[in-house]
Design a protein around this ligand. Sequence first.
Ligand code: URP
Ligand code: ZN
Ligand code: ZN
Ligand code: ZN
Length: 471
Amino acid sequence: MKKLIKNGTIVTATDTYVADVLLEDGKIAVIGHHLPSEGVEVLDAEGCYIFPGGVDPHTHLEMPFGGTVSKDDFETGTIAAAFGGTTTIIDFCLTDKGVPLQNSIQTWHEKSRDKAVIDYSFHLMIGEMTEEVMKELPTVIEKEGITSFKVFMAYKNVLQADDETLFKTLVMAKEQGALVLVHAENGDVIDYLTKQALAKGETAPIHHAKTRPSELEGEATGRACLLTELADSQLYVVHVTCREAAEQIAQARAKGVSVYGETCPQYLVLDETELERPNFEGAKYVWSPPLRDKSHQRYLWNALSSGQLQTLGSDQCSFDFDGQKTLGKDDFSKIPNGGPFIEDRFSVLFSEGVGKGRITLNQFVDIVSTQSAKLFGLYPEKGTIAVGSDADLVIFDPTKERILSKDHHHMAVDYNAFEGMKIQGEPMTVLSRGEYVIKDGTFVGKLGNGRYIKRKRFNEKALRQEAVISN
Ligand code: URP
Ligand code: ZN
Ligand code: ZN
Ligand code: ZN
């Protein structure tokens, strides 16, 4: 049945206006004033914003990591995402050296099939650039619609790739129209500092942060930017945490290098003192790169509001405190890295960003949805409210106050990193291609209704373009 959303305030990356929205066959069919309500289901959005559904460009669901597997899978993870106002995620498909890329992609299809309640896509990890990998890539791009490739510059002896692999990936991406993602930290030096700390008996969670200083994130970010410039390619730096890295990105952009950056809500509102919590609770805040000194936060906010960083990813990679984080009780390097953020990414940015005057309402939409859709070949089907776009919408009540807590979040883990934080605003109703996933705060979606999305190639011009819809 057609749905008509009345009385809401539509917010896109560029405009804010009051209008009715008619949804038909999963798409936005009409936007206008006083649309007739005969024979349609009417949703009253009085007092609410209508946002395009959030696009989370960075999740790790059911991912083997740190001797265990991240707890939220495509079922709990996408349900939590939907509660939080996110209607599309891009998850990281890990690969193994010597194994055909297609095998890894099939593993990820199996994890997600019949589980996701919102649409999803995959980035693919590149750990080596052999003849075989090079031969497979055009098919991966063409058939799977995977147009973004991740290179880890850290996690030595686990996921880390060398500079040759990064450079070859950048060259390939230029040729194929793909975007290269980097986890930018100097893994070799971190490995050395970690061994030194452990030899001195420094085993507590805080030493995770101390052995991964921000300078090493800045160095790796600068190196990746330089290699991108040499290859005349395009780069997206995931989870930027600090002044040093943000400055490297801004400098490269000033030179005209095609570099983009993402930060995450945790880096905007939490700092490294969390890792000093007693009774090993600091382990709840162990992820990489680590939380920083509070002084870095204003650089991240300013980079978002000035457009030097474009997106917000959750970097969802959740582990229970009990039984998973505790694997590192006697050795911080054995604490599985990651945290639960998929659900609160959207609302933390709204409350701390718009609510506190750090970004505008339109910038909020741009950062939480539109820029990711544009960068990753999902726009304008995703990431905006326009005639012909997918009816992925959030009816958001900006007046609702609430406290974030594990007691009522929907992620599968036993803690919330934002526990006790008071925020303003709540997604009330969330639609995926015109179907309810969350209705007045209750989950009514269906497992498997989320579709795998094949993405378009990276297109620099699309980043500057308004919605052009040809259906
Ligand atoms: O600690 C983190 N961030 N875990 C997930 C993997 C990654 O590095 O993004
Ligand atoms: Zn009117
Ligand atoms: Zn990472
Ligand atoms: Zn990540």
